[in-house]
Design a protein around this ligand. Structure first.
Ligand code: NAD
Length: 346
């Protein structure tokens, strides 16, 4: 007999949730049985597009009426804490979109609520699930570069993200909270946890409220140093949105994840080039397909973890460490690049 499918309820049917829904439709062990959005038009649109009939404008009502194994929260950050706490109270496992919280206190409260209720909690921190990033990690795991002493994770673009996500132009904090959070999480994923961080930020586009350029220096526990740099004000001859580029130097060689998913590994005097392009799912559209594939990958991971009783890689507790880097980066930037000790923060 095939395993019973896990039943999920999706809260927030906006811009990005359509990627969640497309990916869920392809996941074998789970399905979205109900949708919730306080905006009826968005709710109806998603219902029509994905053929899901159980609709709610109130999450508490959805949780009271449906027998759900998990909820997938795809609302913006201000509503994360009340919604996560609501699910925990109902004993329902939770996925929550990034940024997990606006303060470390909120993030910790959500982790505590889920722990006390005994429900799994995963933050939808999907960039580390991009297949090119997994390919980089596989090279490190194979030990080909020797001891890693330096890295760079870089995202530079002038893509108009504001038309799809207008709230990004009006938030006091922009690029570190929205995008840098992913870049910092990739740095943790590749080089390990961090002891100290320094950052400088700048706003180049005067039509938005927050910073759109950030340069961040990280000291890792294992002695490596890395740079995370991101910009939405960088006009390149070839627009690479939404590609993350990676450079790594180790004692035996180097790795470069360059434009268009070309990975060059030079180790022990030999150079190899790999095409690590992401899969183009049939519902995906370029140039977003890299991110869309990672949504599928993280949902598949969640489903396997929930069924197997394992902690997801980007559990709420794990994500506290990424959130600590985000807040510390802002603190450092406000204090003119002061080095912040993050070890005691999360
Ligand atoms: P959006 O504003 O387009 O959609 C949010 C939806 O949630 C809206 O339809 C809104 O009506 C609904 N909503 C808000 N509060 C609600 C509540 N209490 N109950 C029910 N519905 C509620 O936002 P978006 O651009 O889709 O972003 C959503 C989240 O996804 C954000 O946190 C954003 O940072 C994140 N995001 C992640 C990625 C990624 O790659 N991981 C990419 C884009 C956006």
């Amino acid at each position: 007999m095939p395993d019973k499918k896990l039943k999920g309820g999706l809260i927030g049917c906006g811009f990005f949730a359509h990627n969640h829904l497309h990916a869920w439709a392809e996941i074998e062990g789970a399905e979205i049985a109900a949708l919730c959005d306080r905006d009826e038009k968005r709710l109806e649109e998603a219902s029509q597009k994905f053929g899901i009939a159980n609709l709610y404008t109130d999450a508490a009502e959805m949780l009271a009426s449906e027998a759900l194994d998990f909820v997938d929260i795809a609302t913006t950050v201000a509503t994360h804490r009340p919604l996560v706490e609501l699910a925990a109270k109902k004993g329902v496992a939770v996925i929550c979109q990034k940024p997990f919280a606006q303060t470390l206190e909120d993030a910790q409260a959500m982790v505590n609520a889920c722990k006390a209720a005994g429900v799994p909690l995963m933050v939808h921190e999907n960039f580390r699930w991009q297949s090119p990033i997994r390919a980089v990690r596989a090279v490190l795991d194979a030990g080909k570069l020797g001891e890693v002493f330096w890295g760079r994770v870089s995202f530079r673009s002038a893509y108009d993200v504001f038309s799809g996500q207008p709230y990004l132009a009006t938030e006091e904090r922009f690029i570190i909270q929205d995008l840098g959070i992913h870049i910092l999480d990739i740095a943790r994923f590749l080089f390990g946890d961090v002891t100290h961080i320094s950052a400088a930020t700048r706003r180049v586009n005067t039509n938005i409220r927050g910073e759109d350029v950030a340069t961040i220096l990280l000291a890792h526990e294992n002695g490596a140093t890395s740079i995370c740099d991101c910009s939405y004000a960088t006009h390149l001859p070839e627009e690479l949105f939404p590609q993350t580029l990676v450079e790594i130097d180790g004692s035996r060689g180097t790795l470069r994840l360059g434009a268009n998913y070309q990975m060059i590994v030079h180790a022990d005097g030999h150079t190899q080039t790999f095409d690590v392009s992401p899969k183009l799912h049939d519902w995906a559209n370029r140039p977003w397909h890299n991110i869309q594939e990672s949504v599928f990958n993280i949902e598949r991971h969640w489903t396997a973890c929930l069924k197997g009783g394992q902690q997801p890689e980007t559990s709420g507790a794990d994500n506290l460490k990424t959130m600590a880097l985000v807040f510390a980066a802002y603190e450092s930037a406000a204090a003119n690049l002061e080095a912040i000790d993050v070890r005691l923060m999360a």
